[in-house]
Design a protein. Sequence first.
Lengths: 148, 148
Amino acid sequence: MKKRSGQADEAHAIAERVHSAAIRLLRRLRKSDAAQGLSGPKSSALSVLVFGGPQTLKDLAAAEQVRAPTMSRLVAELEVDGLATKAGDRSDRRVVRIAATAKGKTLLEAGRERRLEVLTAQVEALSRAERETLRSAAEILVRLNAQG
Amino acid sequence: MKKRSGQADEAHAIAERVHSAAIRLLRRLRKSDAAQGLSGPKSSALSVLVFGGPQTLKDLAAAEQVRAPTMSRLVAELEVDGLATKAGDRSDRRVVRIAATAKGKTLLEAGRERRLEVLTAQVEALSRAERETLRSAAEILVRLNAQG
DNA sequence: ATAATTAGTTAGCAAAGCTAACAATATCAC
DNA sequence: GTGATATTGTTAGCTTTGCTAACTAATTAT
C-alpha cells in the first residue's frame, strides 16, 4: 500500500496520463513515416540541423538526447542519402561540423508535412481554447525535458 | 514555397511542438527504465492487462497499436518472467487469453512508479494552472489518438 | 614532454518493430 | 457434410535504433 499526499497523487496521475498519451501519439505517427524515405530519428536529427543550423556531432547528439555513436551512425546514413554533410573544423580538428544539404531541407519539409498531416488536421479541428491548451502543454513539457 | 491559411499554419506549428515534446519526453523517460527489469513496451502492455483485464493477443496488440507478432513476442517474454499467463479459450480454440499475474501487477506498480518518479516530482512542482494544462492536454491527445 | 581529456568512430549486442509464411481452428457456401 | 475462406496466433528472418566498450586522433593541462 502506497501512501501519498493528495497533491503528489494528483501529480502522479497527470504524469501517467501524459506519458501514456505521448506513447500512443508517437506510435500512431510512426506509421505515416515508413511510406516515405525518412525515419523518425533521422527526420528529427535533420530537423535540428535545419532549424538550429550546422552543429558538431556532440551537440547534435545532446539535442537529440542520444549517445554519440548513435548519432554518428544516423549522420553517416543521412550523408549517404545526400541529406547532410560533414566537414572538419579548421580550428579544432577533432570536431566535425554537420550541416543539412538543400536536398535535406526539402525532404525534411515533405517528411514532417506528411508525418504530421493527420495530427495537424486534427489540431485544426479543435476549439481555440483546446489548441491553446496543447500549445501551452508542449511548452511546459519542453521546459521540464530541459530540466533533465 | 508552401502556402497555408493562418489557422492551418498555427495548427501545424502546434502539431510540431507537441510531436517534438513527446519524442523528447519519451527518450528521457526511457532511461530510468533499464535500471529495472521492465522495458517500456512490456510495461505498457502489462499495464493494459492490469487495468483492462485479461484479453486476447489480438486485442492486446490493437490496444498497443502493434502487430500481432510483436505482441506475441512481448507476451512470451512476460510469460517467461512470470508476469503474465496465457490460457486457451475453450469456446474458440484459436484464441489465447492473456492475463497479468499477481507478480506482474506488483512489478508494474513498482515499474511505473520508478519510471515516472522524476516526471511526477516535476509535475508536482508546477503551478496549479500548469498542472491543469497538462491534464487537459493529455485528455485531448488521448481523444485524438482514439480518432486514429 | 607527458598525462589527461575530449571528439568521433567502429564493433558488437539487445530491444522492438515489421512482413512473409505457416498451422490450427472457425465459419460460410453449397 | 465438405471444401473454400476467415481468423488467430506463431515462427523465422530482416531492419532500425539504441547502448557500451574499445579505439584513434587531437587538444589541453601539468
